[in-house]
Ligand binder design. Sequence first.
Ligand code: NAX
Length: 364
Amino acid sequence: MKQPVRIAVTGAAGNISYSLLFKIAAGEMLGADQPVILQLVEIPQAMDKLRGVAMELEDCAFPLVHGISLHDNPFDGFRGIHYAMLVGARPRSKGMERADLLEANAVIFAEQGKALNEVANRDVKALVVGNPANTNCLILSRNAPNLDPSQFCAMTRLDHNRAKGILGNKLGVNPSDLDGVCVWGNHSPTMYPDVHHATVLGEESAISQIDEKWYKEDYTPRIQKRGAEIIEWRGLSSAASAAQAALDHMHDWALGSNGEVVSMGIISDGSYGVAKGIYYSFPCVCEFGSYQIIQGLEINEYGQSMMKKTEEELLSEKAAVDHLLPAETAESRENLRKSDRTGQTAYDNGLDKADVYYKADRIC
Ligand code: NAX
């Protein structure tokens, strides 16, 4: 049997986590043969609710769950972790300006970045779900200078899945028959859902089968504002679909995307002329625990203007939090594109062996 891996989930008592945790525990993220230890992190006020969630996890008697621990701070919660699912974030409250929201989250993600830097496994993979996800991810990685910036991602997989689901529905095909759909840029209404390179059943071009007016005036704004549409109908924000997307993202990153194109908010290396150093969603393929940006796609004028617009938004978000970002170190720059990781999880994580295995009281 494989050794258990440690997975931290923040915002673990929230809506998304209420789906996510049970899927992880069932083996849907890392496989049915991969035991897990769940390290659940919340704010102190939510610890009672978190205990209730942990009790439900225990009541499922998942064979893969070898331990659950509850934490009210990331320095304890991230100790030795191999995967970080960063779902918790400060929501926008009434009257809060965008700059205030960015700043409030900057504080949270700066602390979490420092914690990852200090106590996580050196091979950790961190996915930021909490909004504004791309800029939170930038803050996180800049506060973890000893980790490779490519170990951090912002989640745009929900946008990607939406783009596939809605296009598949329009074309009358199963979403799995589509490949090459991608979302560029920010997880916000400026994102650019691109179907120009998409194929149906590996052959036909998808764009040739749809009307340009529908693509630009109906489909694109629908993907961009899908979150608001869900709230309008459901009365609550996307939760199960967001959990599924987080799971898909981490699954493919860790185990490979089988040659399929997936959208990931990753550190820009300047590909496609996108400014370096921001977390921008690119089309990627994943293999051996790493990802690569698909290069050489032809982008038309419309696409270029859409990509620019979302890049400008990310640059303005970065400018709003720039004063809170620690200086970029030579080390973190060197780490960029350094691809010497094997994709193998390092188990020598400095933790006591006894702590790694099953505990009598699985909620501690
Ligand atoms: P909830 O408000 O239900 O849950 C958030 C949880 O995070 C709460 O339990 C809260 O106590 C906790 N939390 C807040 N600050 C924390 C901190 N510093 N450390 C640990 N926990 C903390 O929100 P939910 O619906 O679960 O959404 C979570 C986040 O996902 C939000 O920021 C939301 O905007 C974002 N989303 C991102 C998506 C994406 O595609 N990237 C899509 C879905 C979702 O909108």
